[in-house]
Design a protein around this ligand. Structure first.
Ligand code: NAP
Ligand code: GCO
Length: 260
């Protein structure tokens, strides 16, 4: 049973893995035996990430790469393959959000969110799949969202991107499953990271709202994503494909706490 969850000898690339959810997932994959590579958008963040990995006892490799830049991604894949070996496990984690009422949002801002949250996972997956096919298989985990299923005010671009990422996940599973590539998604609920910090400010109404919509009656932590990530990255999920695993404390199953 232990071997089912072992990532020994595997190379895992976590995009945007300097901190937040990506960093936590990378630590979990490392604990399961994988070698970790990550990228971030500038050297300062990569250096910050390298220091954090070192502090966690992980000998990670970091690369400066904007995941929306197809040329940069292609060059980074070549560097990773030379220095760390071909990517066995890809976690498309890098993402942004812009919270703006839709009719006030510029088309440029809408496009930027789509570019990072949907186009980039396509670009990076496209870059690593050929080597996965040559190696006889691989694992792709796309970090989706509650907004892959639900909408809410001010997140139109993000919801459109994450809804699209759900279907891109299913399509990669459909198109490359015959090469022993499993492509699944993780849909985190509301997690305590820099991305949600604005929503968690003291007195922000969203905080009590989320608690009322979550059966677990708490915000998630990045630790909550560790087990599901190892599962989807390991042989334990070799017959799981095109699935979005929601790690949301039950939000999607719950109408919300009844007013007393
Ligand atoms: P975060 O704290 O904002 O971290 C996102 C990471 O992605 C950062 O390291 C960021 O670097 C990097 N990144 C952004 N644009 C990039 C680009 N073009 N190229 C390379 N790296 C880039 O976010 P998070 O909360 O950890 O979320 C990580 C993923 O989980 C995202 O896809 C997010 O949509 C998703 N998610 C988050 C939650 C939540 O509640 N937090 C829930 C569901 C899903 P910079 O610092 O330079 O921007
Ligand atoms: C928001 C939040 C959410 C979370 C996450 C939920 O503004 O609604 O940022 O989008 O980040 O995606 O799963």
């Amino acid at each position: 049973m232990r071997d089912l969850f072992s990532l020994k000898g595997k190379t895992a690339w976590v995009t945007g893995g300097s901190y937040g959810i990506g960093f936590s997932i990378a630590c979990a994959l490392s604990e399961a035996g994988a070698s970790i590579v990550f990228n971030d958008i500038n050297q300062e963040l990569v250096d910050k990430g390298l220091a954090s990995y070192q502090e966690a006892g992980i000998d990670a490799r970091g690369y400066v790469c904007d995941v929306t830049d197809e040329q940069a991604v292609s060059e980074t894949v070549q560097k990773i393959e030379r220095e760390a070996g071909a990517v066995d496990i890809l976690v498309n984690n890098a993402g942004i959000i812009k919270r703006v009422p839709m009719i006030e949002m510029s088309a440029a801002d809408f496009r930027k969110v789509i570019d990072v949250d949907l186009n980039a996972p396509f670009i990076v997956a496209k870059a690593v799949i050929p080597s996965m096919i040559k190696k006889g298989g691989g694992k792709i985990i796309n970090i989706c969202s509650m907004m892959s299923e639900l909408g809410r005010e001010t997140v139109s671009a993000y919801a459109a991107a994450k809804g699209g990422l759900k279907m891109l996940t299913r399509n990669i599973a459909s198109e490359y499953g015959e090469y022993n590539i499993q492509c699944n998604g993780i849909g985190p609920g509301y997690i305590e990271t820099p991305q949600t910090e604005p929503l968690r400010q003291p007195g922000h109404p969203f905080n009590s709202f989320i608690i009322s919509k979550t059966p677990a009656a708490r915000w998630g932590t990045t630790d909550d994503l560790k087990g599901p990530s190892v599962f989807l990255a390991s042989p334990a999920s070799d017959f799981v494909n095109g699935h979005i695993l929601y790690v949301d404390g039950g939000i999607l199953a719950y109408i919300g706490k009844q007013p007393k």
